[in-house]
Design a protein around this ligand. Structure first.
Ligand SMILES: [Mn+2]
Length: 385
């Protein structure tokens, strides 16, 4: 029987706060329900950042906090909030798994390191009916290889051999060296600019924001790249990760010299591909949220778009939703057929300038529209690779 593999990436289920960028539950559920109807066995692979733990707050005395010391208790609280906010999507996955020929894989990304905790894995499995749920750093099957992609950049990379550390007698995630800065940087930016952060034409947006907003952005960048970097270096030195220190330091200096702060540069992926076992013929990454499908080095190489909401800017200065997609790989007698299934929304228009002036209204409006759209509202197209 041919085996189907379906790959999604960067769904980023949040907890329904203003930092939650996944609002397309309706579309997601319809797509999962369709996949559940297939006659052949299906491996459904979520290729990292399925859960946006990074932007999910925990509550301390009623206040939203984003702690950098992440214990399994904190991780469980976050997972619970995510489940409550996206229960119907979880139930769709559970229904998909009711069929014994189906399996679900969660590849670990840089927004969901929390999946490394045993108790978090158990809890997630319990939400989905216990059976045929797999949580892994990398998915491989015969000639197919999938990983999230964050491991190729030190800001996000975690050390497989030491994913936990001890702090004040408690086991916590050994977050990547610069990740505490990352946490603070991303979160502060996201809370201040919950809507424009979703717009991918960053420079165009930056040129339109007010002077005060520009200053506050520079301040954030400064804090991330200078203060947090030094703090992180120091923290890791006293914890004895000397080699991580040098690797990160070297990479950071390279970034500074090249003035290139693209944390998931495409060329890094192409280099990684060269080092990959030549037996793999279909390779799938995510993390960049920017689709590409090419044939290179005797491999089909795919980078998927995100399922969290993101927007581009049209020629008429309207905000338009980015394509959501998944990859479908079918193996039949050693041959692989690869297709990309795209979902496009055409009747969504939000004015760019207005939304920069009033982000909260724009966010509310966009969320309202997107959360109501069902599969029938999207143009579906299939691209063979
Ligand atoms: Mn990522």
């Amino acid at each position: 029987m041919p085996k189907e593999m379906i790959f999604f990436s960067d769904v980023e289920f949040g907890s329904g706060t203003i930092t939650d960028d996944f609002v397309s539950d309706k579309l997601f559920i319809s797509v999962i329900n369709d996949l559940a109807k297939k006659k052949d066995p299906v491996d459904l692979i979520f290729n990292g950042d399925t859960f946006d733990f990074l932007k999910v707050p925990v509550y301390v005395k009623g206040k939203e906090k984003y702690p950098t010391h992440i214990t399994d208790e904190i991780a469980l609280e976050k997972l619970d909030s995510i489940y409550k906010a996206h229960k119907d999507s979880f139930l769709a996955l559970k229904a998909f798994l009711n069929d014994e020929k189906n399996e679900v894989y969660f590849v670990i990304g840089n927004h969901d390191y929390e999946l490394l905790f045993d108790r978090v894995q158990e809890k997630l499995k319990s939400y989905l009916g216990e059976k045929r749920v797999h949580i892994l750093p990398v998915y491989t099957k015969d000639k197919v290889y999938a990983e999230h992609g964050h491991q190729y950049h030190v800001y996000n990379k975690y050390v497989y051999e030491r994913v936990f550390r001890s702090y004040k007698g408690k086991k916590e995630l050994n977050i990547p060296m610069l990740f505490s800065g990352m946490l603070e940087f991303v979160i502060n930016f996201k809370i201040k600019h919950p809507f424009i952060e979703r717009i991918i034409e960053r420079q165009q947006v930056f040129s339109l924001v007010k002077f005060r907003a520009k200053l506050s952005l520079y301040w954030l960048f400064f804090r991330f790249y200078v203060l947090n970097v030094f703090n992180s270096f120091f923290q890791h030195l006293i914890r004895g990760y000397g080699w991580v220190f040098f690797e990160t330091g070297y990479s950071f200096l390279q970034d500074l010299i090249r003035k290139d702060f693209d944390i998931c540069d495409f060329n890094i992926y192409l280099n990684a591909l060269k080092r990959l076992d030549p037996k793999y013929k279909v390779v799938i990454f995510g993390h960049r949220h920017d689709y590409s499908g090419i044939e290179t080095n005797d491999k089909i190489f795919i980078v998927l778009n995100s399922w969290r909401d993101e927007y581009g800017i049209s020629e008429k200065h309207h905000i338009i939703p980015k394509t959501k997609n998944y990859a479908r790989v079918v193996e039949n007698n050693g041959q692989y057929k690869v297709e990309i299934v795209n979902f496009d929304l055409n009747d969504f228009r939000i004015n760019l300038k207005e939304s920069i002036e009033d982000e909260l209204s724009a966010l509310k409006k966009a969320n309202e529209i997107m959360s109501k759209k069902d599969l029938k509202d999207y143009t579906q197209s299939v691209v063979k690779i």
